[in-house]
Design a protein around this ligand. Structure first.
Ligand SMILES: [Zn+2]
Length: 378
């Protein structure tokens, strides 16, 4: 139907314009005629190409966004899903330094997201969860040498207990006192928060805040949900606390219209840290949305959830992938409007965390990325 519409619009337009050209031919001199005709034909070609392009690719996104990278362990090769090899990490930092993309620190992130300061180009933010000793030993010297800013999310129980795999408070203070490191909150126990009662979540967060206050003299302004898991209740609790921003573990590009308590990050590990894929990720752009359901990321009886996303711009050409049925693959989508899709999951999520990722090639050749993560109650 829409193809017909475009076809007739173009034909109608051409007839209209040719009519104007023919009229001009009759009244103007020969020299004038040639110039006008050339101009008209060029104009028509551009219009025609414009129609074609908008059919093939969705329009480009103005805000290039902040690609936020999430790391955990460095050179702990026993844990490939949360580890990055130092050699690969160095290569990644080098790649960003040599690109048009620019590293930002936490204050710049706040200016962009909270004060809505305008910015140009693509920004990159490094984040590290769990404050493992392997970060301090293997990544901290590189970030210091290269002067790359980052956020380190600290869960306090193991640090308090002087656990050998975790950084000490002295080391965390050293990071905090540097020009490049910002300390973020990551709870006390690092438990699955969705399994705890509301009262226990409040207590856990409160306990960690007391630890930050005692050891560092302040409460962090940014939170990272353990395992990237949250329900609407937990999100509200974090929002109502002193934290100003919160990151999950769903992939996607941070931008000014994103929910400040549901910020996406790309997990970088051995499998997803290979340089080609990494290069693709750091050049992705946001796909802003106006509406998303279900809002609650905790799945109870609604497995699989009925997902709908209303994007700000046309999503024609979008592809969505998920781990429905316990396996990664493309999922069926249906369009309600050209910017509004339904993801039709045929099988329930089977693993603890259900994920969806949607990608869309835009008219300027960049790729937009949108992702969300669900968590199953049990
Ligand atoms: Zn963690």
């Amino acid at each position: 139907m829409s193809l017909f519409k475009y076809f007739f619009t173009i034909i109608f337009f051409l007839i209209l314009k040719f009519d104007v050209i023919i009229k001009e031919l009759r009244v103007e001199s020969t020299d004038m005629k040639l110039g006008t005709i050339t101009k008209k034909i060029t104009y028509l070609l551009i219009v025609f190409m414009g129609f074609n392009l908008s059919n093939v690719f969705a329009e480009s996104i103005k805000e290039k966004g902040i690609v936020t990278l999430m790391y955990h362990r460095f050179e702990e090769n026993k844990y490939p899903s949360t580890n990055i090899k130092v050699h690969d990490f160095k290569e990644q930092i080098e790649l960003i330094k040599n690109s048009q993309n620019e590293f930002i620190n936490f204050n710049q992130l706040k200016s962009i997201l909270i004060d809505k300061q305008t910015y140009t180009g693509k920004k990159i933010l490094i984040t590290i969860d769990d404050s493992f000793q392997s970060f301090y030993q293997n990544a901290w010297p590189i970030l210091k040498k290269e002067n790359v800013p980052f956020i380190l999310f600290v869960n306090t129980r193991e640090v308090n207990d002087k656990h050998a795999n975790y950084m000490s408070w002295d080391q965390i203070r050293e990071v905090h006192q540097s020009e490049i490191g910002t300390i973020g909150a990551h709870s006390f126990s690092h438990e699955y928060l969705v399994k705890l009662s509301q009262k226990d979540v409040v207590q856990d967060i409160e306990q960690s805040n007391q630890d930050y206050l005692r050891e560092l003299g302040f409460i962090p302004e940014v939170f990272s949900y353990p395992f990237g898991e949250y329900s609407s209740e937990i999100k509200k609790l974090i929002k109502d606390s002193k934290y100003k921003l919160a990151f999950g573990q769903h992939s996607g590009v941070v931008h000014q219209k994103e929910d400040l308590f549901e910020l996406p990050r790309f997990p970088i590990n051995e499998a997803y840290g290979k340089i080609d894929r990494f290069n693709f990720i750091i050049n992705t752009v946001p796909l802003p949305h106006k509406f998303y359901k279900p809002e609650n990321k905790l799945i109870t009886s609604n497995n699989p959830p009925a997902i709908e996303i209303e994007f700000t711009n046309s999503a024609k050409g979008i592809n969505c992938f998920s781990n429905e049925g316990g396996q990664w693959g493309p999922s069926e989508i249906a369009f309600l409007e050209k910017n509004w899709i339904k993801i039709i999951l045929k099988k329930p999520f089977k693993t603890r965390r259900g994920k969806i990722n949607c990608t869309l090639k835009l008219s300027d050749g960049t790729w937009g990325w949108f992702g969300r993560q669900y968590v199953l109650k049990n």
